[in-house]
Design a protein around this ligand. Structure first.
Ligand SMILES: Cc1ncc(COP(=O)(O)O)c(C=O)c1O
Length: 386
């Protein structure tokens, strides 16, 4: 079989490649996962299955490929409240996770050889999606010394007349940080000044915040929405990753085009997932607060354990999502660190996976239990002997 050039644009995932080579032993403790482990309370799942008794056909296609209207309306009302201006359900497209929304946006905006500015470190899938669309990825290093904030001088330097998209996640996977209001406002002005630039904003971890963190979406500061495509997800906030549900908020004309691309790739999001999304969204605050609280307990534990190893690690305090991204001061690359940790029985993610800006770091996830987090750190202490 002769594959298209597109297949060759996809990088192999470093971590998966090393694991596939049989590097790891059995009994490894994973601090690498991005899958939310918390269970969806049974009462909500029962309500989903009870829908069949009310003759809702959860196993069939839903009628509108843009998503079930009532779910789109629920989301639009919720965003109107959050952003402080009116949003119509026509501004919402229900997607197959935020991944499909991001993918559709890359396909919709990137022409061959267009440049895409991606803040680094970043979730590696952004690179694949840009490459598949024919774009050229330019990594814009975030400033770790300023809490992983945007360095606008570096951003300006990265800009050319070919720049089409700027991709930003907030809260950030892998750093667990969020951007300041000042940075968000400045980024919006930057996009406004550079008319061809669209901001592709990924808020997949929107609700998993540390107590007291007041997250404000970049969209909230924007008077005109014609520069922004916002992608959100049910995967992490509602612990629904296997249901594959997300949504895009964008101008109506943009939604129509994204919907055509989404349809070509996915047809539509699964009906039973959308119905569960509707059920959970009704108790959104209660559910997401509970998950956020649970992750915060694990966040505190991971940070405490890192603090015990402060001769070797430093990190910017994580306040969103379920990752921390410590810098290590061992004389080795992040891949070497990853391999050594694996030999000790702990799986982490090497920083390089998140772009050049991630080197000399590792990503630690708090999705494992507190018992396993402690066991993993006990093992990682072995690294300090080398
Ligand atoms: C930053 C970021 N965006 C998007 C996703 C994917 O989300 P979804 O499950 O909604 O496709 C992930 C998953 O790890 C992620 O870390």
């Amino acid at each position: 079989m002769k594959f298209s050039y597109r297949v060759n644009t996809l990088e192999e995932n470093i971590t998966e490649k090393i694991l596939a080579s049989g590097f790891g032993e059995s009994g490894i403790i994973s601090l690498a996962g991005g899958t939310p482990p918390l269970e969806i309370p049974r009462q909500y799942l029962s309500r989903l299955f009870n829908l069949t008794e009310k003759n809702v056909k959860i196993s069939q296609y839903s009628s509108d490929p843009r998503g079930i209207k009532s779910l789109r309306k629920q989301i639009a009302n919720d965003l109107s409240e959050e952003f402080g201006f009116d949003i119509s359900y026509r501004n919402i497209l229900i997607t197959n996770g935020s991944t499909a929304g991001l993918f559709a946006a890359c396909q919709a905006f990137i022409n061959q050889s267009d440049e895409v500015l991606v803040f680094s470190p970043h979730w590696s899938v952004y690179r694949s999606q840009c490459h598949l669309a024919g774009g050229v990825v330019k990594e814009i290093a975030l400033n770790e010394n300023c809490g992983w904030e945007i360095d606008f001088l570096t951003l300006h330097k990265g800009l050319t007349n070919k720049t089409k998209l700027i991709v930003i996640s907030d809260p950030v996977n892998p750093t667990g940080t969020t951007f300041s209001e000042k940075s968000k406002r400045q980024l919006l002005s930057f996009a406004k000044e550079n008319k061809q630039c669209i901001l592709l904003v990924d808020e997949t971890y929107r609700h998993l915040l540390a107590p007291g963190v007041k997250f404000q979406s970049l969209v909230k500061f924007s008077k005109s929405t014609n520069k922004i495509v916002l992608c959100r997800s049910f995967s992490k906030d509602f612990s629904m990753s296997g249901f594959r549900l997300g949504f895009v908020y964008a101008p109506v004309g943009c939604i129509e085009n994204l919907a055509r691309i989404h349809l070509a790739m996915n047809l539509m999001a699964a009906t039973f997932s959308q119905e569960l999304g509707r059920i959970l969204y009704k108790s959104k605050k209660q559910i997401t607060d509970k998950y956020a609280e649970e992750y915060h307990k694990r966040r505190i534990l991971v940070c405490d354990r890192l603090d015990e190893l402060s001769d070797f690690f430093s990190y910017v305090e994580p306040i969103g999502g379920f990752f921390v991204f410590p810098r290590f001061n061992f004389e080795m690359t992040s891949i070497e660190f990853f391999q050594k940790a694996l030999k000790l029985g702990v799986l982490i993610r090497p920083g390089l996976e998140f772009g050049a800006g991630g080197e000399k770091h590792i990503r630690i996830s708090f999705t494992n239990s507190t018992v396993n987090i402690n066991r993993a750190f006990d093992k990682l202490k072995g690294l300090t002997m080398i």
